[in-house]
Ligand binder design. Structure first.
Ligand code: ACM
Length: 469
């Protein structure tokens, strides 16, 4: 029979049958239980005229099953079609990254996004908590991080041209931060929906907000910087004093305690070396450490962060630039600069998450830039996400096994509020979810038709999205 209900992502096996289950309270009528006989990643959901049953091999798989059930009952209006579903994901990591530094998002808006991730059986929210333009996490003992570092006086209007003279600013103070208590609440909100929050503290670059709060964290402490008001890459990176490493220990330890995930993302991207090259303190440190190349300073930061987090039982994840200097063997690489990087990181034995900017940067335009709201640039359509070859070069089986999964990126330079974040995330996130889940392959047209029938669920959740073409 034709599918009476469109599911996104499509489960591995769905068999609809005649008849309906008449109920006005489907959640009350759903029986739920773990089943040791099922593989840990698998769930089985069946709906018959007399009720519904969900069993799964683990709590995580139960959450996936509940999220599929949510799709079936949303808008069902008292008569739910009978069905037997047997399902499991291809990838363990089905993620979405969210930059709350460039624009702060209130906790309730992050919760709405978490609802949207869960609805699509995504299971990781990567929270980019710190950057040059704003520090967003309360750290005990460092009050100026949030009193000073969480606020910028104004923000660049429009694109950042090379001609500084032409820059104009909005004249509006922007900022905000999350208390540790709020973040603990958010972690619990996400956990109940099957989602792990992985925090990112971006280091040793992308640290201008922290250096504005505490100039002694920089390479030139006599220099008082402000929180950055334009985009692009800042030259102001962490210095190399003992104080800096003490600071990082405190930050990473507290962050590790707030977020129970077994990973902390330590950034590592886009760290210019110009300040280290100019700094006599950095030169002295290099001698002490026995380093001959300035680029190796970053490797010291990577190893230090990994050691601190290992004491907390956690592994580091980092953007792919960390491959260019020393790094621990158990680092998880987040591949962003080019899809071919996946081959490099996995052939060196590193577990890798595919997050590349050709297909998975949801800050790019999703249609003709002349018809779309201002975005950073590039163009990545819904179809591009659904049909992407994420890893362009052929991988050996051993390398394939090192791929943890896929992740979409929401960088918010040009997303000043939740409505714009949602517009950029959806419906590309639906295609990402389908690929990360490893749904049975369909043609683009079949997917588009199923998605068209699915989109009213986003309306029901109060989530804005770009309409289909
Ligand atoms: C990045 O886009 N800088 C990871």
């Amino acid at each position: 029979m034709p599918d009476p209900i469109a599911l996104v992502p499509l489960p591995q096996s769905v068999v609809w049958s005649d008849g309906t289950w008449e109920t006005n309270d489907p959640w009350d009528g759903l029986s739920v239980g773990l089943n040791d006989a099922l593989p840990a990643t698998e769930y089985a959901l069946s709906i018959s005229p007399t009720g519904a049953s969900l069993t799964a091999g683990s709590e995580a798989a139960l959450a996936d099953g509940r999220n599929t059930f949510a799709q079936i009952v949303t808008g069902a209006n008292g008569a739910i079609p009978c069905v037997t579903i047997s399902d499991r994901p291809e990838h363990a990591w089905r993620g979405m990254h969210l930059d709350v530094s460039r624009h702060f998002l209130p906790v309730e808006e992050i919760e709405t996004l978490i609802d949207g991730l869960a609805l699509h059986r995504l299971n990781v929210l990567h929270l980019h908590l710190t950057d040059d333009q704003g520090w967003r996490v309360e750290i005990k003992g460092y009050p100026r991080l949030t009193e000073v570092g969480a606020w910028r006086e104004q923000t660049l209007v429009g694109h950042m041209s090379g001609d500084e003279e032409s820059w104009t600013f909005d004249g509006t103070r922007h900022g905000g931060f999350y208390t540790q208590e709020e973040l603990t609440g958010l972690v619990e909100y996400a956990r109940k929906r099957g989602i792990m929050i992985v925090p990112e503290i971006d280091l040793p670059g992308h640290m201008q907000a922290a250096i504005a709060a505490y100039p002694e964290l920089g390479n030139f402490p006599e220099q008082q910087l402000g929180v950055r008001e334009v985009w692009g890459i800042s030259d102001h990176v962490l210095g190399v004093s003992d104080e800096v490493f003490d600071f990082l220990r405190d930050v990473l330890t507290q962050v590790a305690d707030i977020f129970p995930a077994p990973y902390v993302h330590i950034g590592g991207d886009e760290c210019p070396r110009t300040e280290w090259e100019r700094s006599s303190a950095a030169r002295a440190r290099m001698n002490e450490w026995g380093l001959t190349r300035v680029s190796e300073i970053q490797g010291r930061f990577t190893q230090f962060a990994a050691d601190v987090l290992a004491e907390k039982g956690k592994r580091i994840i980092a953007w792919d630039e960390v491959l260019e200097s020393h790094l621990p063997d158990d680092t998880v690489i987040m591949n962003w600069r080019h899809g071919n990087g996946v081959k490099d990181s996995t052939s060196r034995g590193f577990q890798t998450i595919i997050a590349n900017n050709e297909h998975l940067y949801f800050d790019h335009y999703q249609g003709d830039p002349a018809q779309e709201p201002l975005a950073i640039g590039g163009r990545t359509t819904l179809k591009d996400v659904y049909t992407a070859a994420f890893s362009p070069r052929k991988l050996e089986d051993a390398q394939e096994k090192l791929i943890l999964g896929l992740q979409g990126q929401i960088w918010t330079e040009y997303m000043p509020n939740a409505a714009q974040v949602q517009y950029m995330a959806f419906p590309r996130l639906c295609a990402l979810a389908e690929r990360a889940w490893g749904s049975p392959e369909q043609s683009w047209e079949e997917f588009e038709e199923r998605l068209r029938a699915h989109l009213p669920r986003l309306d029901a959740f109060g989530i804005r999205y770009r309409p289909l073409d």
